[in-house]
Design a protein around this ligand. Structure first.
Ligand SMILES: Nc1nc2c(c(=O)[nH]1)N(C=O)[C@@H](CNc1ccc(C(=O)N[C@@H](CCC(=O)O)C(=O)O)cc1)CN2
Ligand SMILES: Nc1nc2c(ncn2[C@@H]2O[C@H](COP(=O)(O)OP(=O)(O)OP(=O)(O)O)[C@@H](O)[C@H]2O)c(=O)[nH]1
Ligand SMILES: [Mg+2]
Length: 433
């Protein structure tokens, strides 16, 4: 882990040259460094225009400067922002001056890491921020905002609190069973609550598919016999010449993909080799890769030339298949397909895009979904412990399982609660009287 007592700086805005470059500093030397550059430090949280001078007294640039005294900053430390002209030479010189003043370049994610260490944001929020920055579609943005600033952390902490609460009631029954102030058998109600929580968590985990689809994209594989028009369709959807198209059967061998933005959803479309028996070693490898891609697909678009004899449905047993007839411009419509398309006239392509979005939306369960494998594995771990607790016989072991479940949840946000077990006992049962 990088040294957290260092003062750090970085270019926080995009690639230079640019209109403006935001240089962010964080740590105990930030204000000192600003004072050295500008002669005076402006009042907190107010943008002020200043000349920035080097140690030799020459003007490096003019820029807006803002100070954020600890703890009221993004990192929770003293922070300074310099909004400079977005020149590489200006940034190079400022970097040099800041190094002379005892600051070092920040490592990747180091500002967010400090925000986490200083309790400004939890791990779920850190991950949400990372997702927000890399979001490319509207739905990725919404999911990231829900995670980063929405209810996700709260939800997991509430669950952990409910478990701690249940445990408190059970511990109370264990320890103080002889005392009059403890209600008789609270157990039944506690375990009913825990069972309800477990069901809620299981539903949440089951919605993971939505999170995966939004974050990693809905995987659509174009499959079908050689020459059906698979690569032509990929090119038409991508609106550029991605894949080689020829009238020779067996043209495509590698799996190619393009990313589409359909109604704000990331859709990852794969073109594959036409599936057939062949002696060509290269093509055979292509067919093997095509089959692997089909296995991993969320949706398979099974293409077939409309005029070709109906195919044995080789794709039966797959979760979702859309049967699409191709070359409708030369063949005419046919009933046996879900829809017919032509890449020459563009017929059916909007309908196909609509159908892909419609299939995708069948998985839709809202934005309050786990979206990372890390979260899902802790959630699973927690539900396993809860199941153990529900099935157990010895009250103290069952209570211990609830503790383990709560701490698995705590690891999601990175704030394994210091338990308020006794608080709950004392507040509810007046044990301390
Ligand atoms: N110029 C600029 N724009 C930016 C950021 C930044 O650091 N600088 N951000 C960086 O990612 C994001 C905004 N996030 C921020 C989050 C918290 C604080 C902050 O200073 N929080 C204090 C005070 C809160 C308040 O005034 O209400 C705090 O939490 O105590 C600043 C930015 C996006 N835009
Ligand atoms: N008229 C017409 N021709 C098409 C259409 N779509 C594809 N073709 C033609 O059909 C031939 C095969 O197209 P490809 O896209 O290479 O077919 P493929 O399914 O990728 O074939 P393989 O990669 O060999 O499996 C090419 O000559 C295309 O120009 C269409 O909608 N209308
Ligand atoms: Mg092809």
């Amino acid at each position: 882990m990088p040294n957290t007592s260092d003062s750090i700086f970085a270019l926080s805005s995009g690639t230079l040259p640019a209109g403006v470059a935001v240089v962010r500093m964080s740590g105990p030397k930030s204000f000192q460094a600003l004072a050295a550059l500008t002669a005076d430090v402006p009042p907190p949280r107010q943008a002020m225009l200043r000349a920035l001078r080097g140690q030799t007294g020459d003007v490096i640039d003019h820029g807006l400067v803002v100070t954020f005294p600890a703890p009221h900053s993004f990192t929770g430390e003293d922070c300074v922002e310099l909004h400079l002209h977005g020149s590489r030479a200006v940034f190079a010189r400022i970097s040099q001056e800041l190094s002379l003043l005892g600051l070092r370049l920040a490592e990747a994610g180091e500002f967010s890491r400090r925000a986490f260490e200083n309790g400004k944001i939890d791990l779920v929020e850190v991950e949400g921020l990372a997702d927000l920055i890399s979001a490319e579609t509207e739905m990725q943005r919404k999911l990231a905002v829900e995670q980063g600033f929405g209810g996700q952390s709260q939800l997991y902490m509430d669950w952990a609190r409910r478990l701690t609460h249940a445990r408190a009631l059970i511990e109370a029954e264990l320890d103080f069973v002889d005392e009059d102030d403890i209600p008789g058998s609270v157990s039944d109600r506690v375990w009913a609550d825990v069972a309800a929580l477990s069901a809620e968590m299981t539903r949440h985990i089951a919605a993971a598919k939505t999170g995966e689809i939004i974050r990693d994209g809905y995987k659509v594989v174009i499959a079908g016999p050689p020459n059906a028009g698979k690569s032509s369709l990929l090119n038409a959807l991508a609106q550029r010449d991605v894949a080689i198209v020829t009238d020779i059967a067996g043209t495509t061998r590698d799996v190619l993909h393009v990313d589409l933005d359909l109604n704000g959803f990331l859709v990852r479309v794969f073109d594959t080799a036409g599936i057939r028996d062949t002696d060509d070693i290269v093509e055979r490898e292509g067919v093997r890769r095509a089959i692997t891609a089909i296995d991993q697909a969320d949706l398979v678009i099974q293409l077939q030339e409309i005029d070709s004899p109906p195919q044995q449905d080789k794709l039966q047993g797959l979760p979702e298949v859309l049967n699409v007839g191709t070359k409708v411009d030369i063949c005419g419509q046919a009933q046996r397909f879900d829809l017919c398309i032509s890449v020459v006239t563009g017929e059916g392509l909007d309908q196909l895009r609509g159908e892909i979005t419609a299939r995708l939306k069948q998985h839709w369960t809202g934005f309050s979904v786990p979206s990372r494998e890390r979260h899902i594995s802790h959630l699973r771990e927690a539900t396993e412990f809860i199941k153990e607790a529900l099935a157990g016989h010895h009250l103290d072991l069952r209570s211990e399982s609830l503790r383990a479940a709560a701490s698995a949840l705590g690891r999601i946000t990175g704030r394994v609660d210091v338990e308020q077990l006794l608080d709950v006992i004392f507040s509810q049962f007046c044990v301390g009287k």
